[in-house]
Ligand binder design. Structure first.
Ligand SMILES: C[S@@+](CC[C@H](N)C(=O)[O-])C[C@H]1O[C@@H](n2cnc3c(N)ncnc32)[C@H](O)[C@@H]1O
Ligand code: SF4
Ligand code: SF4
Length: 372
């Protein structure tokens, strides 16, 4: 059964995280050009197509591209990585990943290889039938994006009437989900700052597995490729410009969330991460947050819908996974130069949760005690 195998894989992946924390703590691995580790987190943007029109994101402006990798290509890519790395965490995002009708097949394939797979989705397509297919695919974790318990605010920040009801329907349809984790991701901006506590209360009351808050980024930090496959910069959108309002409220809200986390609410963000988010949301140009280095260099692999591989999705590809050896790409001169650029990069996506993962045993124990 895929789930039983995944549990063993989780233990192996857990050991790799401990290895990462040790290597990072002892030798500051992110400071080296040559990574002493293999990739731990593989992020696949499986499609750039999307069916919502979030004003914070430019994905939905992408024209449908018929050259995206097919099912067999993804199987090759996943197997190549598995043969080299062994265990890794595989994430699918996009665009809207469930617009790919073969996503379930991709998940099944990876899960049967024993790879823990997670998907982040806007929830719009998860009717009863898809919910059943998701649960039986062996998916380890599904994250649904939800910005507010106020339908009007959620829909406004998702640029789509009816989006809130669709997320609620997806959660309802996934009530019977076996061991699969169901998480919420909320993008924090001025428009929903008053709603963040309510979201954590909802997650706790509904017995969902976790909530993760991520600060809104300028749209220029969302990689959109030009016709040559290179990231192109976009101007910051209106939502980004609304940051910095109500600085006292921002602090109050995150102090409350930190307390709730201390009391066992399943809030993923570490207190240190929340403190940085407060500074950023109060003033995106705060000099103290500028000093925090981006640490993704020794652990990230990002694959775009065409198979191009990057360490950071904003940088040029190192090569294509279909015709190159991933190990050679990981150790290539291009990768080494990019690691150097990454650690001094000042883009605000340094403040995403994946850059703030640390061991927090006490919190993990509290969560296990509360949720079994
Ligand atoms: C780009 S979406 C892709 C997956 C899926 N379409 C969804 O919305 O869940 C991944 C996450 O980024 C969030 N997001 C959108 N715009 C953002 C921005 N400007 N800054 C930070 N996160 C953003 C979304 O809310 C979602 O949780
Ligand atoms: S955030 Fe997700 S749902 Fe919204 S436009 Fe971007 S990819 Fe689509
Ligand atoms: S901060 Fe890190 S993830 Fe963001 S663009 Fe720079 S290197 Fe890439």
């Amino acid at each position: 059964m895929p789930h039983d195998r995944i549990n063993w894989q989780r233990i192996r992946v857990g050991c790799r995280y401990v290895e990462k924390y040790l290597v990072e703590g002892l030798v500051s691995a992110y400071k080296f050009k040559h990574s002493p580790l293999k990739p731990l987190e593989v992020f696949c943007e499986i499609t750039y197509n999307c069916n919502l029109k979030c004003p914070t994101c430019f994905r939905w402006t992408t024209i449908e591209d018929r050259n995206e990798l097919g099912l067999e290509d993804w199987k090759v890519a996943i197997s190549k990585l598995k043969n080299w790395i062994g265990t890794y965490n595989l994430f699918f995002s996009g665009g809207e990943p469930f617009l790919r009708e073969d996503l379930i097949e991709v998940i099944k394939f990876a899960s049967e290889l024993g790879i823990p797979v997670s998907v982040v989705s806007n929830g719009s397509l998860i009717d009863k039938t898809l919910a059943k297919r998701i649960v039986s695919s062996g998916l380890f974790g599904l994250t649904l994006s939800l910005n507010s318990m106020n339908p009007e605010t959620h829909n406004k920040t998702r640029g789509t009437a009816g989006s809130f009801d669709e997320v609620m329907r997806a959660i309802e349809n996934l009530r019977e989900r076996g061991k699969m984790k169901l998480n919420i991701a909320a993008t924090v901006m001025s428009e929903n700052i008053h709603d963040l506590v309510g979201l954590a209360e909802f997650v706790n009351k509904e017995g969902l597995d976790s909530i993760n808050y991520q600060p809104v980024m300028p749209t220029s930090a969302i990689p959109i490729l030009d016709e040559n496959g290179n990231p192109k910069k976009l101007p910051p959108g209106t939502f980004y410009k609304t940051l910095g309002r109500e600085p006292a409220v921002i602090k109050e809200v995150f102090d409350r969330l930190a307390l709730m986390r201390g009391n066992g609410y399943p809030i993923n963000n570490m207190p240190k991460h929340m403190a940085y988010m407060v500074r950023y949301l109060q003033n995106p140009e705060d000099p103290q947050i500028i000093r925090y280095p981006c640490k993704i260099g020794p652990k990230n692999f990002v694959i775009d819908p065409f198979g191009n591989v990057r360490i950071c999705s904003m940088m040029e590809p190192m090569g294509n996974l279909l015709d190159a050896d991933p190990k050679a790409l990981w150790h290539s001169e291009k990768a080494q130069n990019q690691r150097e650029q990454i650690r001094s990069c000042k883009e605000p996506c340094r403040l995403f949760t994946c850059n703030f993962k640390e061991l927090d045993l006490l919190y993990q124990l509290k969560k296990m005690y509360k949720h079994g």
